[in-house]
Design a protein around this ligand. Structure first.
Ligand code: AMP
Length: 144
């Protein structure tokens, strides 16, 4: 089974990683750990003098994203899963869906909420959009 696991650096995403290890058999599961870095807004003129520092900031976020996926991958590899990782730039909602269309997972796993934490909504916007629009099944993992 191919599983696309969307991670950010939240406790909900941790719970999603844990759900994979709890529910899926390593020998039958191939996991792709994906993190999407949102682009920084580049407004011409206003940011003219700051483009270099914005680029540096984005590079830093991409590097942090790579760390994040490789930490998750390490845990999953140690648990016996076949794992690959990817870091993309874009809107996480659209990018996870596009990625799924290209990679064709059997299941997408995400946490119920993200870095912004629990709010008045039952699930966060990435989780909702993926659950609503993905062509495959989606597991939305809640914290217990
Ligand atoms: P949210 O809908 O933003 O509250 O996040 C819900 C879940 O979607 C998180 O627990 C992650 O599993 C996943 N997720 C959120 N943001 C990203 C991102 N930038 N890249 C990959 N997965 C994400």
């Amino acid at each position: 089974m191919k599983v696309l696991l969307g991670v950010d650096d939240s406790k909900f995403s941790e719970a999603a990683i844990e759900a994979v290890t709890r529910l899926m058999r390593p020998e039958q599961t191939e996991v792709c750990v994906l993190h999407v870095v949102e682009p920084l807004l580049l407004i011409p003129y206003y940011y003219m003098g700051q483009v270099a520092s914005l680029e540096t900031a984005q590079e830093k976020r991409l590097a942090e994203g790579k760390e994040l996926v490789s930490r998750a991958a390490q845990r999953l590899t140690q648990a016996g899963y076949h794992v690959q990782t990817d870091v993309k730039e874009g809107d996480p909602r659209a990018m996870i869906l596009d990625y799924a269309e290209a990679w064709s997972p059997d299941l997408i796993v995400v946490g119920s909420h993200g870095r912004k934490g629990l709010d008045r909504f039952l699930i966060g916007s990435v989780a909702e959009s993926v659950a609503r629009h993905a062509a495959c099944s989606v597991l939305v993992v809640r914290l217990r």
